[in-house]
Design a protein around this ligand. Structure first.
Ligand SMILES: Nc1ncnc2c1ncn2[C@@H]1O[C@H](COP(=O)(O)OP(=O)(O)O)[C@@H](O)[C@H]1O
Ligand SMILES: CC(C)(COP(=O)(O)O)[C@@H](O)C(=O)NCCC(=O)O
Ligand SMILES: [K+]
Length: 250
C-alpha cells in the first residue's frame, strides 16, 4: 500500500492507496503531524505501509521532520515531489520554476492529464490560487489571494469587535442576504469576495485561453463556489492525481 500526503498550510490531506489497483483504502485530514501519525499507525496495524509520496508547501525543515517521523514511527519511506521546469506535457510558466507552489504545479499536472486541453485550475485552501494552462500545455501563470480562513482571521486580528462563534459558519451562509449579525455579515462578505474572484478568473481565462477550456476546482473550500461554477469539474483529489504522476512508485 502507498501512503499519499498533501501538506497544505493548514491541513495534511492523506490517503492510503493500493498502487496496483489504484483503489483508495482509506483517507482523511490531519491538523498536525501527531494526528497524522496516529491515524496511519492505526491503519498500519492491519495493512502493510512501506512506501509513500508527499507534496508539501511547508518549509523544507517541516517537511524533513515529517519524513523523519514517518520513517521512524511507521517505517514508511516517502518520496517528495520536487519543482520541475516541465512534466507530463506541461511547462512551468514561472521565471523561477522552483518558486511556484508545488501544490499548484501538481494540480495543473493532474488537470492537464485529465483534460488534455486548455485549463483553468482553481484551488481554494488557506490561500486561493488560479492557474492558466494553454491547450499545448504551457502554464501562462496565475494569481494568489487569501482564502476564507485568512480573510476571516485577518478581520478578527485587526478589529476589536469582530468576534463570533466558529460553529455558526456553515449555518450563516445558507442565506447570502445582507447580514443582520456579525457572523452573517463577515462570512457572507468574505464568501462574496471569493466568488467575485472566481468570476474574474473565468473572464481572464477567456482572455488568455480562448473559449475552449476546462475549469478544475479543488481544495477544502471548493464546495462553497460549486453553485456558481456550473460547468466546472470538481476534483477533490486533483493534487493526488498530479502527485502520482510526479512520483511514480514501481
Ligand atoms: N473536513 C475538513 N477538515 C478541515 N477543513 C475542511 C474540511 N472540509 C472543508 N474544510 C475547509 O477547507 C479549508 C482548508 O482547505 P485546504 O485545501 O485543506 O487548505 P490547505 O491546503 O491550505 O491546508 C478550510 O477553510 C476549511 O474550512
Ligand atoms: C500559494 C500557496 C501559499 C497556496 O498554499 P495552500 O493554500 O494550498 O496552503 C502555495 O502554493 C505556496 O506557498 N506557493 C509559493 C508561492 C507561489 O506559488 O508563487
Ligand atoms: K490553495
Amino acid at each position: 500500500m502507498i501512503v499519499e500526503l498533501d501538506c497544505g498550510n493548514s491541513f495534511i490531506k492523506w490517503r492510503v492507496v493500493d498502487g496496483a489497483k489504484s483503489v483508495i483504502c482509506s483517507m482523511g485530514i490531519a491538523a498536525s503531524n501527531e494526528e497524522l501519525i496516529s491515524a496511519l499507525d492505526e491503519i498500519g496495524r492491519t495493512i502493510s505501509l512501506r512506501r509513500g509520496r508527499l507534496v508539501s508547501v511547508r518549509s523544507d525543515e517541516e517537511t524533513a521532520q515529517l519524513r523523519e517521523l514517518l520513517a521512524q514511527n511507521l517505517g514508511v519511506e516517502v518520496q517528495c515531489a520536487q519543482p520541475a521546469r516541465a512534466l507530463a506535457g506541461i511547462r512551468n510558466g514561472y521565471d523561477d520554476f522552483s518558486a511556484l507552489g508545488l501544490d499548484r504545479w501538481l494540480a495543473m499536472v493532474g488537470a492537464y492529464s485529465l483534460a488534455r486541453k486548455a485549463c483553468l485550475v482553481l484551488d481554494l485552501g488557506t490561500a486561493v490560487t488560479s492557474d492558466f494552462v494553454s491547450a499545448d500545455g504551457v502554464h501562462q501563470g496565475g494569481y494568489i489571494c487569501p482564502g476564507l480562513p485568512l480573510l476571516r482571521s485577518q478581520l478578527r486580528e485587526h478589529t476589536r469587535r469582530i468576534r463570533y462563534n466558529d460553529a455558526m459558519v456553515k449555518e450563516v451562509i445558507k442565506d447570502m442576504g445582507p447580514g443582520r449579525a456579525t457572523a452573517e455579515a463577515v462570512e457572507r462578505g468574505c464568501l462574496l469576495m471569493l466568488r467575485g474572484f472566481m468570476d474574474a478568473q473565468l473572464a481572464l481565462a477567456t482572455e488568455y485561453l480562448g473559449d475552449d477550456f476546462d475549469v478544475f476546482v479543488t481544495g477544502g473550500d471548493a464546495a462553497l463556489v460549486k453553485e456558481m461554477l456550473s460547468g466546472a469539474r470538481f476534483v477533490p483529489d486533483l493534487i493526488f492525481i498530479g502527485l502520482a504522476i510526479a512520483c511514480p512508485i514501481p
